[in-house]
Design a protein around this ligand. Sequence first.
Ligand SMILES: O=C(O)CCC(=O)C(=O)O
Ligand SMILES: [Fe+2]
Length: 492
Amino acid sequence: MSDSQPHDIQTYLSVRSQLKSLSTYRATGKIVLHSSLIDALARTSYSPWFFYSVDKPKEILDLGFQVGQNKAEAGTISSPNTSVILENAKPSSFGRGSETVYDPEYRKGLEIPAEEITFPNQKSFEDLKDLLTTEVSRKLFDKQTGIKLRLELYKLAVYEEGGHFDWHMDTTHGDDHHATALLFLGSDWEGGDLKLKHGGYEFAQREWIQKEEEEEFVTEDGNVMPVHLIGFYTDVEHKVEPVTKGTRIVLQFDVRVDSDPGSKGKSDSYESTYTWGALDNARVITASLAVHRNQKALDDVAQIIEQRLSESPEQRQISDDDSDDVNSDDANSDDVEYIGFPLRHLYRLASIRPEYLKGVDAMLYEHFTTSQEFKDKFNVKLRPIVLVEETDYEGNWNTGPFFWIFESGNLARKNLKRKRGDEEPPVNESDAAAERSDYIDDEKTQFHLIQGCSLQVIESEHYIEYTGNEAQLGNGKYFGGAMFVSMKKSSI
Ligand SMILES: O=C(O)CCC(=O)C(=O)O
Ligand SMILES: [Fe+2]
């Protein structure tokens, strides 16, 4: 391998030019937009934390609150009254084994419990919680699975100069308590960096804030911190570095999960009411590298795939009949040999290989190929793909998205160079047979489109009506990597 890799953009440009010839030769496979597999894939991992800058709306930033039994006015979210808050706060203790101890070496901070915090404007407080809940469910939980979250104010924490809290995990306050959300109020402080640690990854609050400032999401105002939210799962270790100046004030919320999402098993659907943009909606620009492993979801994914691939066409017909969503005249549903789905990180064309997989992609690949239960059952292949949406000659987006698979090898290369009407290229038959056996037949592939994958736009054209020349078909094309799973012949 050469160490002078092409720049990403060159890779995409070359992908694009290869595409033009490729498209005339390859059949196309259809994409499933809703399925239990998509839901399970979405649950396999999340970044265990997130940062969100709360720079609007004004009603929330200006929301006032009171503290203490006498309900002293404590300022607002963006401008808290430090002295009133300090007057009403008590030293924080923490759990050590079965004991609750006060040890300023380990933790030095003050707090006001939720019972002593009031928001006279109840409606705006609910709006604030809704806003925070939306962010938490977006970033830490799969909003598609219909999980309902509830934020419960736990306390207000105050750290003065010298205040700190060493590495710890938060005590959970119930079986439904799955994450912590910290709302940092707009007070004046330095130091006091919140550090987070999980699965070998570490994150620091100050780095996030600086990044946001560079991107000009945040207005600088002396040392006053922008109001922001940090959320993390309860199994994330964290610490507060010593505050070097000013007062650090935080509202801490418990994130509770309504354990009955009322989820009924979803059957696969190509979506009868498809509207254009499914692919663009599935796309994220950058996927976070840090992952939180969800073993149950990994097992669910593998089991659903196994079940799908070992069903006979008759069985599949029966389960499809349960659903009115399924496009019944689709050939795919009769003969499924491969289940495919996009990778969630973006790779260069040449890097779509097991050894380069990142984060959740690596985790899934490893689960399929090395776990005791599945390694003898599954064959897993990685391929570059292009996902396509296009209009018909009338400009209607009515066919639903579909995909192309890139194959490498001599046969594929020769095919790529072929122009329409050229003869079949001469090939070494045994090589060709080996290569063909490695081909993924897209007509026998069911491709499940997950949300939040890293797909690169390589073409996007609006439909232009026929005006003497040919009509220009509207289309969107997206490049990415994909994983394809089939059953090992011996295990069927
Ligand atoms: O204030 C913070 O940033 C975190 C405080 C904390 O970890 C806690 O009180 O458990
Ligand atoms: Fe904590």
